[in-house]
Design a protein around this ligand. Structure first.
Ligand code: HEC
Length: 151
């Protein structure tokens, strides 16, 4: 499962995602952020494949941890589909309305991601990150997408 291979575009930095932010911006920001997360996993994968210096993993892990620690701010109920039209174009979304009544489960996927990346960061300090750890993180991405993202 290589969801992160979708990553291609240069994403904008993830500023503060406040509830006050316009809804269209929240949607654009979370899509950019998700693509950025894909690139970070891709970078970690590259380091592991090339048996590179795992110290570099810490930076990517920090970005991923920061993004998923704050995930609910990027998914207010008013920004889900419906009421927002479903699709991949600007202003559309694939984030399902099911997120709102299942907020605890949605948050748990994010918390799981944070836990796994925190463990990965710790392991990186001694060169102990394994491909299995990366695969397990990728499965959290896929689990949340299966439940909460339209195809
Ligand atoms: C807590 C749930 C959750 C987790 C965990 C999660 N995602 Fe997502 N992801 C979503 C939702 C919901 C969308 C749909 C966003 C939208 O269309 O507004 C999405 C969309 C995406 C997209 C498409 C962005 C676009 O341009 O439309 C990519 C790429 C992506 N995620 C990658 C990842 C990767 C890589 C991971 C793991 C590091 C991950 N996601 C983890 C919920 C999650």
């Amino acid at each position: 499962m290589r969801v992160w291979r979708l990553a291609a575009l240069a994403a904008a930095g993830l500023g503060m995602a406040g509830a006050a932010m316009a809804q269209g911006n929240v949607i654009a920001e979370r899509k950019d952020g998700m693509r950025e997360m894909g690139r970070h996993l891709e970078a970690i994968n590259g380091i592991l494949q090339s048996r590179g210096n795992q110290a570099q993993i810490a930076t990517a892990a920090d970005r991923i941890i920061a993004f998923y620690s704050n995930i609910n701010a990027l998914y207010p109920a008013s920004s889900l589909t419906p009421p927002v039209p479903q699709g991949r174009s600007d202003g559309q979304t694939r984030a399902l309305a099911a997120i709102e009544p299942n907020r605890a489960a949605f948050t748990e996927y994010s918390s799981d991601m944070v836990r796994q990346l925190t463990a990965m960061k710790t392991a990186a300090a001694t060169g102990g990150v394994t491909p299995e750890m990366l695969r397990a993180a990728g499965q959290v991405c896929a689990g949340c997408h299966n439940q909460f993202r339209a195809r």
